[in-house]
Design a protein around this ligand. Structure first.
Ligand code: HEM
Length: 130
């Protein structure tokens, strides 16, 4: 096996025509040139995303495992992002996005409700007995 190639955003942009069509999905680069005519979703969508990071559009469609198998055969290298926002996120999409903030908020508000209920109950008892 030869060593893994790395593509920058500019490298990828050099392959944005029907004659040479590369796509980046999930931080990996795929040569879809031969696949354009075979794509069940049509050639237009692939040409639209040609030479770009197509992670979002690809995932939005909810492609099947079969689609991912086909894709694996077209793998040509890794996508090197320049650290600019969106793309950097998709490049690391092998790992699920951590969402601890939201969970904390949820359990936080549940605790708040409990505290509030306890306070009201306590106050009612206090009023009742005194
Ligand atoms: C290497 C890249 C890609 C491969 C191998 C691929 C493969 C496939 C396959 C096998 C299907 C049939 C349904 C399925 O099995 O999920 C499909 C459907 C579809 N693909 Fe892709 N696809 C690729 C990239 C894209 C991209 C970048 C878009 C952009 C929007 C796209 C849009 C669609 C759409 C809209 C359909 C649905 C067609 C329908 O249900 O009528 N695909 N693709």
């Amino acid at each position: 096996m030869s060593e893994i190639k790395t593509f920058t955003t500019a490298d990828l942009a050099n392959h944005s025509s029907k004659d040479s069509l590369y796509l980046a999905v999930g931080g990996k680069v795929y040569d879809c040139t031969e696949f354009i005519d075979e794509h069940p979703g049509g050639e237009e969508v692939l040409i639209d995303e040609a030479g770009k990071d197509a992670t979002e559009s690809f995932e939005d469609v909810g492609h099947s495992d079969e689609a991912r198998e086909i894709m694996a055969k077209m793998y040509v290298g890794e996508f090197q992002t320049d650290g600019s926002g969106k793309q950097a996120k998709s490049a690391s999409s092998g790992t699920p996005k951590p969402i601890p903030a939201k969970q904390n908020q949820d359990s936080g508000s549940a605790t708040q409700i409990l505290v509030a209920v306890a306070a009201v109950a306590g106050f009612a008892l206090y009023k009742f007995f005194l």
